[in-house]
Design a protein around this ligand. Structure first.
Ligand SMILES: [Ca+2]
Ligand SMILES: [Ca+2]
Length: 216
């Protein structure tokens, strides 16, 4: 009976994930600008639900030449295609890391948007994003890498991999939405970020901004 129950849970989770829409836009070096203008994905916002969020490193090592977690929700954008101080990226030759975003209160999440910019192969994005109300008894706010977040009160929202079609430099805008207009009501987001290649030591994405849009 227990096995059957688990199987049903796994099945329903994958159906929910399949309904999420992931929109990936890319600007090559000739069309990339400081404004981060894309065909479909909205430009980064200075005033979104993540602007006032608290960001915490859960796992991984942030590169000391990066701007650190603070640049992910400051509304500021890199001025060039190689602006380390205006991006968050993990240390060279490491797998990536986990980042917790505490929105401070439960909101109806309409969009999760992530932005990156680099002239070379540190531009593509590869991550899982999980979300949680943070109210269940098993909820673990900062699950380490040996812990499956879905076993600790988190729901997998999306797996983003921009590489199959666009594994090259430039500017990326990714928008995660749901046809219903709502991804759900959540207070916490967890980004599980991975290096996009290991051919050389520089495989970690230059993340310029993460926006979370509240449904009005
Ligand atoms: Ca923002
Ligand atoms: Ca920023």
């Amino acid at each position: 009976m227990k096995t059957l129950f688990v199987a049903i849970l796994v099945c329903s989770a994958s159906i929910v994930t399949a309904e999420v829409t992931i929109t990936i836009d890319h600007n090559g070096s000739s069309s990339a600008s400081r404004e981060f203008k894309f065909g479909r994905v909205p430009s980064p916002s200075k005033d979104d639900a993540a602007s006032r969020a608290k960001l915490t490193l859960v796992a991984g090592n942030i590169d000391t030449t990066s701007g650190g977690l603070a640049v992910l929700n400051d509304g500021a954008l890199p001025s060039t295609e190689d602006d380390p101080g205006a991006n968050l990226f993990f240390k060279a030759d490491t797998w990536g890391g986990r980042i917790l975003i505490d929105l401070g209160r439960m909101i109806d999440v309409a969009q999760i948007n992530t932005y990156s910019w680099h002239r070379g192969r540190r531009a593509p994005q590869l991550y899982y994003v999980y979300a949680s109300e943070g109210t269940s008894a098993e909820f673990n706010e900062s699950p380490g890498t040996k812990i499956d977040p879905t076993a600790r009160g988190w729901k997998k929202i999306a797996f983003v991999d921009t590489r199959p079609d666009r594994n090259r430099g430039g500017q990326y805008g990714v928008s995660i939405t749901d046809p219903t207009g709502s991804l759900g009501h959540y207070r916490y987001l967890l980004f599980d970020v991975f290096e996009t290649e290991s051919d050389d030591v520089y495989g970690n994405t230059f993340f310029s901004e993460i926006d979370v849009t509240e449904r009005k």
